[in-house]
Design a binder for this molecule. Structure first.
Ligand code: SF4
Length: 355
């Protein structure tokens, strides 16, 4: 039996899982030898996993900018939190910097990452006459606009998020210093001074834990009844769907492997969700980073990938497991995604001019 063939018709198959026949096409293991020597491992592959629409768009922004303007193009901060993606774009001519001060005066464009930037950043680019292209995910921009609207209505803002994450820095930077207070936990909410909820609103980072954020939002509503905010929170569809898929498989497997960068907030949250739902978990950027010691004699494994991790790295990880185990792979589908974000106007195809 090849590595993608075996399917144990467990309960997950009844809720939308399908056999992943596509994986059987490449890198089939040496079945004649391996089946007698390798222990069996049932792999449940989460779907959706990996790239979200905001990441696809951000990478395309850099690639289109390279096509249109030629190398180099400058990118402020890692365009998305994934070393493989960043290195691939570097090889094509992108230069990554942390601050605009590192960008020479140039006609080459400078691209802002998917995480968004404080208002001071495009302002500095304008002052220096740099050609700025904004690859901020539209779902992050939506949070920026929410914060601005609340401010215009005279409300102070509480931001639920992780200190120091570039998205949080960018959201705080939409408003004047002191207008946004960051809370990271229910305890932070308890420490906030009591005040009139009529002049208070909250927004959230897009890549948080759904369950943790619900607790924090509940604490905000309890402490400040009537506080303004989004219907639930601002956690994006991709973060939500990837966490839901992990919740589904974690109770069914011995361990969950998350492919993604330790810098990636949504990847970190996937590891936490797996652990809270009873599975050992490991977050790895690449197959070479797998700590095989934590898996021991597992019989089943869940695999997912953060929103900035390309599918090729998931394939790499599956290949690494196929070298050690006789694997069978089942895809567990919990949501369909067909979200698409158009490119920034600077990069949209120009309409052909009349002759
Ligand atoms: S994880 Fe969500 S907010 Fe972040 S880039 Fe993807 S879609 Fe946008």
């Amino acid at each position: 039996m090849g590595r993608a063939e075996a399917a144990v018709a467990g309960p997950l198959l009844l809720c939308g899982a399908t056999l992943d026949t596509a994986r059987g096409a490449r890198n089939k293991p040496d079945v004649t030898k391996s089946m007698t020597e390798k222990p069996p491992l049932r792999i449940l592959l989460c779907s959706p996993r990996g790239f979200c629409a905001g990441v696809v768009r951000a990478i395309e922004v850099v690639e289109k900018a390279l096509d249109r303007f030629g190398a180099p193009v400058y990118v402020r901060h890692e365009i998305v939190h994934n070393r493989y993606v960043v290195d691939s774009l570097k090889a094509k001519g992108a230069i990554f910097v942390e601050e605009l001060s590192e960008v020479p005066d140039t006609t080459s464009p400078v691209i802002f990452s998917a995480h968004g930037v404080a208002k001071s950043v495009p302002a500095e680019a304008k002052e220096r006459n740099l050609l700025a292209i904004d690859a901020t995910c539209p779902l992050v921009t939506k949070v920026h606009r929410e914060a601005e609207i609340h401010r215009k209505r005279g409300r102070d803002i509480i931001l639920v998020g992780h200190a120091g994450h570039p998205e949080v820095v960018g959201t705080i930077g939409q408003l004047p210093p002191g207008a946004v207070v960051l809370v990271e936990s229910v305890e932070d909410v308890e420490r906030l001074p009591q005040r009139d909820a009529a002049n208070l609103a909250f927004v959230t980072q897009t890549t948080l834990s759904i369950d943790d954020t619900k607790e924090i939002v509940d604490a905000l509503h309890a402490k400040f009844p009537g506080i303004s905010g989004p219907h639930k929170e601002d956690i994006c569809y991709a973060t939500t769907n990837r966490q839901e898929a992990v919740k589904k498989i974690a109770p069914e497997v011995d361990a969950v492997l998350v492919v993604g960068s330790p810098k990636s907030s949504n990847s970190q949250r996937l590891k936490e969700v797996a652990e809270r739902n009873g599975a050992r978990s490991q977050l790895v950027p690449r197959a070479a980073d797998i700590d095989w010691g934590i898996f021991g004699k597992i019989k089943s494994l869940g695999v997912t990938a953060g929103a900035s991790a390309p599918e090729i790295l998931v394939e790499e990880v599956l290949d690494a497991f196929a070298e050690r185990y006789a694997i069978s792979v089942e895809t567990v589908s919990t949501a369909d995604e067909n979200v698409f974000f158009p490119l920034p106007k600077e990069l949209r195809e120009r309409a052909p001019q009349p002759a």
